[in-house]
Design a protein around this ligand. Structure first.
Ligand SMILES: Cc1cc2nc3c(=O)[nH]c(=O)nc-3n(C[C@H](O)[C@H](O)[C@H](O)COP(=O)(O)OP(=O)(O)OC[C@H]3O[C@@H](n4cnc5c(N)ncnc54)[C@H](O)[C@@H]3O)c2cc1C
Length: 364
């Protein structure tokens, strides 16, 4: 059995683990699961439809202990990207994108920042035993890495994570909320009219749990055979999960297609009178007197159709100052593995990047 040792063992080379390895100047091992076309930080490449919306101007605007810690580093991190990494980006309505509009631009820039103090090991982390991690190397053999600090940045179980287990978290004795799919389409109880399938409709989407409004966003809804999709529907899954957690399970979705918002000016238009001839052909049979279509939530689409996972390591288990496990201060958790859930718009990758950036500095 091979024995390695290092100062900082970082599991997972996604945006969180990668940034942590980049900014920590200790002796690092970055452990990444072996795969057919092995690549570090693969998820950056598929994000934002290959465009990578990697940050949001409001990233740390909500009050939370983690935001208190991240906020002072926000400007410094963006400056680091622009000046030290020479990575140009643009900001569109508060959302950050690579200047060249390609996720590979961010991906390649970050990989290039990895220093010689970081060894990359291909291996699947299995479990922890005291200050040692047992992993499966690329030849399928169990090996051991002894560490001073362990950083768990293994992300969630969405999209392409087929053979997911909680073995590592269980071996660390940390409490977590099991993952469920989020930022995904939803299935509804009503039958979607055949003429609606694959059609898009703009409007105000409001989500209610019993009579309480739990989410509202203007946007475009895409009708699927058995449910609804579109960014605003995907975003609403976070609020739906929160409601379900509180055992509020009567979730209704309203699409008011006579109320739209101009996203560049913020101006809202309410259509009082619409000629019946103005409606698109696909919805003619279903035009309602009040301009609202109503549905009842049934389920989320599966993990493979979700962009992030709801749940993860409970924040109450951590000291937010350095994302360390309160019961074992040399173990840290960052990125999507945390039970800290955000809508689309650069919040998810932005948190992963910034948390990695900050923790790496703190471990130096
Ligand atoms: C299709 C898609 C589009 C997205 N678009 C956006 C977007 O535009 N903007 C945005 O903000 N967010 C987007 N996201 C979400 C964002 O990509 C993630 O939230 C972010 O990548 C999380 O970073 P992370 O480092 O925490 O985890 P990940 O990026 O998931 O990285 C975790 C890494 O750990 C490795 N790993 C896991 N388990 C083990 C193990 N046991 N041993 C060794 N290695 C392991 C994985 O292989 C992976 O490389 C998108 C997600 C998807 C799926």
């Amino acid at each position: 059995m091979e024995h390695l040792s290092c100062q900082n063992l970082i599991i997972g080379s996604g945006p969180a683990g990668l940034l942590c390895a980049i900014t920590s100047n200790g002796d690092n091992i970055l452990l990444e699961k072996p795969s057919k076309n092995f690549q570090l930080a693969k998820r950056i490449l598929v994000s934002g439809n290959g465009r990578a919306n990697f940050f949001n101007q409001d990233l740390t605007s909500t009050p939370s202990p983690i935001h208190e810690v991240l906020r002072p580093y926000e400007k410094e991190f963006l400056q680091y990207l622009k000046e030290e990494c020479q990575f140009p980006y643009v900001i569109e309505h508060g959302l950050y994108y690579p200047y060249f509009n390609r996720a590979e631009s961010l991906h390649n820039t970050l990989i290039h920042q990895l220093g010689s103090n970081t060894r990359i090991i291909k291996g699947l982390a299995l479990r922890n035993d005291n200050d040692e991690l047992i992993y499966l190397d690329e030849n399928g053999k169990e090996s051991i890495i002894h560490y001073q600090h362990l950083v768990v940045a293994t992300g969630g179980r969405s999209y392409d994570r087929e053979h997911f287990t909680y073995e590592l978290l269980d071996s660390l004795n940390v409490e977590y909320e099991p993952f469920s799919p989020a930022l995904c389409p939803i299935k509804v109880k009503e039958k979607i009219p055949v003429s609606f399938v694959n059609q898009r409709l703009k409007g105000k989407v409001s989500v209610y749990s019993s009579k309480d409004k739990i989410y509202e966003e203007y946007g475009e809804v895409l009708f699927k055979k058995d449910g609804l999709s579109g960014i605003c529907i995907m975003n609403s899954t976070i609020a739906i999960h929160e409601a379900l957690k509180k055992k509020q399970d009567d979730i209704q979705i309203e699409i008011n297609y006579r109320e739209v918002k101009d996203l560049s000016t913020g101006e809202i238009t309410k259509l009082e009178q619409v000629s019946p001839f103005a409606y698109p052909q696909f919805m003619k049979e279903k035009v309602t007197a009040d301009g609202i279509l109503r549905f009842h939530f049934m389920d989320f689409y599966p993990f493979k159709e979700s962009q992030v996972s709801f749940g993860g390591v409970l924040l109450s288990e951590l000291d937010s100052e350095d994302f360390s496990f309160k019961k074992k201060k040399n173990i840290h958790f960052i990125g999507e593995i945390l039970d800290d859930n955000y809508i689309c718009g650069g919040y998810n990758m932005g948190h992963a990047l910034l948390e990695g950036y900050v923790l790496g500095k703190k471990l130096s």
